[in-house]
Design a protein around this ligand. Structure first.
Ligand SMILES: [Zn+2]
Length: 397
């Protein structure tokens, strides 16, 4: 290796710079062909790139830092090219022994991707040469929450303030978690493949193990009760899937927020009080709620919940079809069969069947996030929420 001493440049004009850097590049070329051992390669690296005594460090100190301010760019650019050349020489010395062991096909693939990387590196350098610091910069645009995510987070936070913790689960579920454990009889219409998107080629598996895209967030209730003993207060936000044709009010992908509360002495009054409180927290204290009998397989008794119209205050308007009320939620007391399925599964998993209906009871509720979002922001077509159209989304920034 040659002496590392670097003397000051005779001048900073382009011709002198080209000449001096060409001399250094010739040195690199002479040395790189001799890098046949690990020791030689390491000595080459230390000689050029060593942090304290390396030649590049000396060049940087003497030529780059010492340059008149209007020539700094010209020196820096040549300096960077020299550095790239040295780094490339080290990489090539490292991969040469590997290349020698490769088949011609492997070599072709390998050198192909290496050439591509090199081309990209060169392109970066070309662009760096064109850099004009007097041009205005490109500003990074700040992102905002999608209206669906925002609504979902707001609903979740209302319940978090009431002591609920967040539960999450997979979007690909088994029939057991999505249907069987939630008291859906085998021929229930919701199991029909018209409504459910199923994973193919599973006819050989027992029904309860077959995979599908979850049609509601309720499987997370079951998963949570298998993991945790009562008392339990959970709020479950998530994406769900159904085989629905897309139109102004339907999308094959949509969002739900679901809640579950299990403890001793939980009654329907607790359910009514909880939802009334939550709706007032979310829509404002003037909002009223009312409950109507309904049916869900996993709750008994079940109810639909309406809130007084948030647009007209209950007087009647176009949005509430002159009724003064808007239907918003489904809810009910957890069906004892659901607790039974949880206990049965807990026994199979070697866990204590602690969801004993003589000791505990619970309620559950669920709502569609998309519908609430559309109502809140006056969106008439659900498809807009999934279009990714910036002109639409920017309105909510
Ligand atoms: Zn109204």
């Amino acid at each position: 290796m040659r002496e590392s001493t670097i003397t000051n440049l005779p001048g900073y004009d382009s011709a002198t710079l080209d000449q001096e850097f060409a001399r250094l590049e010739r040195q690199v070329d002479e040395e790189r062909v001799m890098l046949r051992t690990d020791e030689a390669r390491e000595a080459f690296r230390v000689h050029w790139l060593g942090r304290k005594q390396g030649k590049l460090k000396a060049i940087s100190d003497a030529w780059v830092k010492g340059a008149p301010s209007d020539r700094k760019g010209a020196v820096g650019q040549r300096f960077n090219e020299l550095k790239t050349k040295i780094e490339a020489a080290i990489v090539v010395a490292q991969i040469n022994p590997l290349l020698a062991r490769m088949s011609p096909e492997e070599k072709a693939v390998f050198t192909g991707s290496a050439q591509q990387m090199l081309a990209e590196k060169l392109k970066e350098q070309q662009q760096a040469k064109k850099l004009d610091i007097t041009l205005p910069g490109t500003s990074q645009r700040t992102g905002v929450e999608h209206p669906l995510v925002k609504t979902m987070a707001e609903i979740v936070s209302v319940f978090q303030r009431m002591g609920y913790s967040v539960g999450l689960g997979p979007e690909v579920e088994s029939d057991f978690y999505n249907f069987e454990s939630l008291n859906f009889p085998p021929n229930h219409p919701a199991r029909d493949t018209q409504d459910t998107l199923v994973v193919g080629d599973q006819e050989k598996k027992p029904l309860r193990e077959r995979l599908l895209m979850r049609t509601h967030t309720s499987p997370v209730q079951i998963r949570s009760m298998l993991e945790q003993d009562p008392p339990l207060r959970l709020i479950i936000p998530g994406k769900v899937h159904r085989n629905d044709a897309a139109d102004a009010t339907h999308s094959p992908v949509f969002h739900q927020v679901e809640g579950l509360c299990v403890d001793t002495n939980i009654t329907f009054s607790d359910l009514k009080g909880t939802l009334d409180n939550a709706m007032k927290a979310f829509f404002g204290s003037a909002v009223k709620t009312r409950f109507f009998p309904s049916f869900f397989p996993f709750t008994e008794p079940s109810a639909d919940v309406q809130i007084s119209c948030i647009f007209c205050g209950g007087k009647g308007c176009r949005k509430c079809k002159q009724s003064g009320w808007i239907e918003l939620l489904g809810c009910g007391m957890v069906d004892p069969n659901v607790f039974g399925a949880v206990n049965q599964r807990r026994i199979e998993l070697g866990r204590e069947p602690v969801y004993d209906t003589r000791r505990i009871s619970g309620f559950a509720f669920g709502m569609g996030v998309d519908r609430i979002t559309m109502m809140k922001y006056g969106i008439s077509d659900i498809g807009l929420l999934y279009s990714g159209d910036m002109r639409f989304l920017e309105q909510f920034a």
